[in-house]
Design a protein around this ligand. Structure first.
Ligand code: SF4
Ligand code: SF4
Length: 129
């Protein structure tokens, strides 16, 4: 079993999921992140923090993004990195590389939303209820 990163992450890459993963199995390509299915322990920690709902359990992938199960797996087969070693920044799976640029306005909105969430969390720290 594994979780899968689908198309909404492309050109967003805010990395909120990376800090949540207890086994460090989320890797960076050029335009999106990928979950290594050989390393994912199916813990669900990453899914709720994604601001664009790009992360799904493999059994919950919407039909139109079902191919992202293979996209994530094949990325690591292609990268052929030795077990236990990081495989960041080795480009993208061909399916992702062929996508047109994703909406830049949407991307800006997401980053503003993420910053606002961080500020709110900081405020809670300093002014607890
Ligand atoms: S489900 Fe857990 S182990 Fe798998 S990628 Fe997400 S945080 Fe990492
Ligand atoms: S939290 Fe979502 S958008 Fe951000 S890097 Fe992870 S999968 Fe991509």
């Amino acid at each position: 079993m594994t979780y899968v990163i689908a198309q909404p992450c492309v050109d967003i890459m805010d990395r909120a999921c990376v800090t949540e993963c207890p086994v460090d199995c989320i890797y960076e390509g050029a335009r999106t992140l990928y979950i290594n299915p050989q390393e994912c322990v199916d813990c669900h920690a990453c899914e709720p923090v994604c601001p664009v709902e790009a992360i799904f359990h493999e059994h919950d992938l919407p039909e139109h993004w079902a191919h992202y199960l293979a996209v994530n797996a094949e990325y690591f087969e292609e990268a052929a990195c030795p077990p236990g070693e990081r495989c960041d920044a080795v480009g993208d799976h061909p399916v992702v590389a062929a996508l047109p640029p994703q909406n830049a306005v949407h991307k800006k909105e997401i980053s503003v939303f993420t910053v606002a969430k961080e500020e709110a969390a900081d405020a809670d720290l300093w002014f607890p209820l």
